[in-house]
Design a binder for this molecule. Structure first.
Ligand code: ZN
Length: 501
């Protein structure tokens, strides 16, 4: 078989894998949105079966044979070409898949579905002990997985590799160590005075009207509702089922306008990335993001750098005020923008302000590393959690639901996922600063309702590049520097110290 034929066969197999995986994604979307509670056992079987089939196909030695035929051929001569990128990434995925025993993959999928249910029960009862045995099992499985796929430094490297390929534990540790003291200082210095009337966003905001406003903003930013949809779910997310089918799920709160709206903006940022990917490359690595951190950079960028700006609200506030006249008639644009940029450290990651947010992530990253090594027994998590919150943010959760049970990531088996949130913030700050340097002042554009200049800049440098480079290198190419904490710290300092303009 000639290299060109082998490559065509590789692409065909890769597309089939993607289509099959999208069936699993659709089942997960349904699980989060409409599935009745009684469906959980059967859903666990469906998801585990598909995970097993996907694994068998992904680890098929035929992949290895085909890769052997194309590696070293003209197809990889230019390392940035789509064929070279696809071959490089398919090899990486194949090697990882090949090393994972099938029974481990199926067991992990089944345990994750059941542990998620245990997490929901534990959270409802605000009692971590309901989850302890499950979480213990999850961390044991993670260790087995790390040992199976292998790692250079520590088991945590193997976990990171799944979400942020190319990023190592020492790199993440160094970035976070540089951020931590600066963030603790900033949270202390920038906390908003009580005179900013945060309570105005806790008035009455009917959910059907929030939804209408949210969908019109999503469309205004460039989210194509013909190729995507927005539903509600207990835990917000965005998933791409295929080209032309990008699904967002959000949660509105009748008496908390900001919480639902910024979650929507966040998920729209993810959705814009997925809709910006070149459909020609669907089903191959060139049609995927290189990492979760880079995906998160897009959601954070639209949520914070765009959605908390003065210009954004100069454009959208009059419409918002019209829709919620009873609740906002006495609020000026300036007051509204001050309220949504309030800095107030709390116990909850979901509703955290932009300045304290990364401390929530650093806490989770440190704790999951300690649980993975075994230094922190899972049963001791609640105490360690509360202690970290006290030290970094000066707050104490009122119970487990408000503390270590607030996120479902670990129960879903996602260890090594949390750092991608803060990496996303670092990438976002750097990309936004460079976009502004290239395009000119963005606030003025936002004020005029022009978001397409920024979106086009991101499409060209981020979305359409697919997996061409690891996230770190893509950011370096787009901005001229490898990711560092500087741009994020400077941006927070500027925007929050002088007040949001
Ligand atoms: Zn996100």
């Amino acid at each position: 078989m000639r290299p060109a034929e082998a490559y065509a066969e590789l692409v065909r197999l890769s597309r089939e894998q993607t289509v099959l995986a999208s069936c699993s994604d659709l089942l997960e979307w349904d699980e989060e949105t409409f599935m009745p509670r009684g469906g959980v056992e059967h859903r666990a079987e469906q998801v585990a079966l598909l995970a097993g089939i996907l694994h068998d196909r992904g680890a098929d030695p035929r992949f290895g044979d085909l890769l052997d035929r194309v590696e070293g051929s003209d197809l990889v001569a230019d390392p940035d070409s789509p064929s070279a990128v696809n071959i490089r990434e398919l090899r990486r995925e194949y090697e990882r898949e090949r090393k994972l025993p099938k029974d481990l993959v199926e067991e992990s999928a089944r345990v994750a579905t059941l542990a998620s249910q245990a997490w929901a029960d534990a959270r409802e009862a605000a009692d971590f002990r309901i989850l302890t045995p499950w979480l213990d099992r999850i961390f044991r499985l993670a260790r087995v997985e790390a040992d199976a796929v292998g790692f250079v430094g520590s088991r945590y490297d193997a976990m990171l590799e799944d979400y942020e390929p190319g990023m190592t534990t020492p790199e993440v540790t160094a970035l976070f160590a540089a951020l931590k003291p600066e963030l603790i200082r900033l949270v202390g210095e920038l906390s908003t005075p009580a005179s900013v009337p945060a309570h105005v966003l806790r008035r009455e905001f009917p959910i059907d009207r929030q939804r209408l406003f949210a969908e019109s903003v999503a469309a205004g930013l460039g989210f194509d509702l013909e190729r995507g949809r927005i539903d509600t779910a207990a835990h917000p997310f965005c998933t791409s089922i295929g080209p032309g089918d990008v699904r967002i799920a959000v949660r509105y709160h009748r008496r908390n306008l900001a919480m639902g709206f910024f979650v929507l903006l966040h998920e729209v940022g993810h959705g814009l990335y997925d809709q910006g990917i070149d459909p020609v490359h669907f089903g191959t690595p060139m049609g995927e993001a290189p990492s979760l951190g880079l995906h998160e950079s897009q959601s954070r960028l639209w949520e914070n750098f765009v959605g908390r700006s003065f210009g954004f609200w100069r454009h959208f506030f009059p419409r918002l005020k019209n829709i919620f006249h009873e609740s906002l008639h006495d609020i000026s644009l300036e007051t509204f923008v001050a309220v949504i940029n309030r800095v107030s450290p709390g116990t909850n990651r979901g509703g955290a302000d932009e300045v304290s947010y990364n401390l929530h992530i650093i806490i989770r990253s440190e704790l999951e590393q300690a649980m993975l090594t075994g230094d922190l027994p899972v049963a001791d998590l609640p105490g360690a959690w509360n202690d970290a919150y006290h030290r970094y943010l000066g707050v104490t959760p009122k119970n487990d639901a408000d503390g270590c049970l607030q996120d479902g990531h670990w129960s879903e088996g996602m260890i090594g996922y949390f750092p991608t949130y803060t990496l996303g913030n670092l990438y976002a700050a750097q990309l936004f600063a460079k976009a502004e340097a290239d395009i000119g002042p963005l606030d003025a554009r936002f004020g005029a309702g022009d978001f397409s200049g920024l979106l086009e800049w991101l499409r060209e440098r981020v979305h359409r590049q697919g997996c061409r480079w690891p996230a770190r290198d893509l950011v370096a190419r787009a901005t001229g520097t490898v990711p560092t904490p500087g741009p994020l710290l400077r941006s927070l300092e500027t925007r929050y110290r002088v007040g949001p303009i």
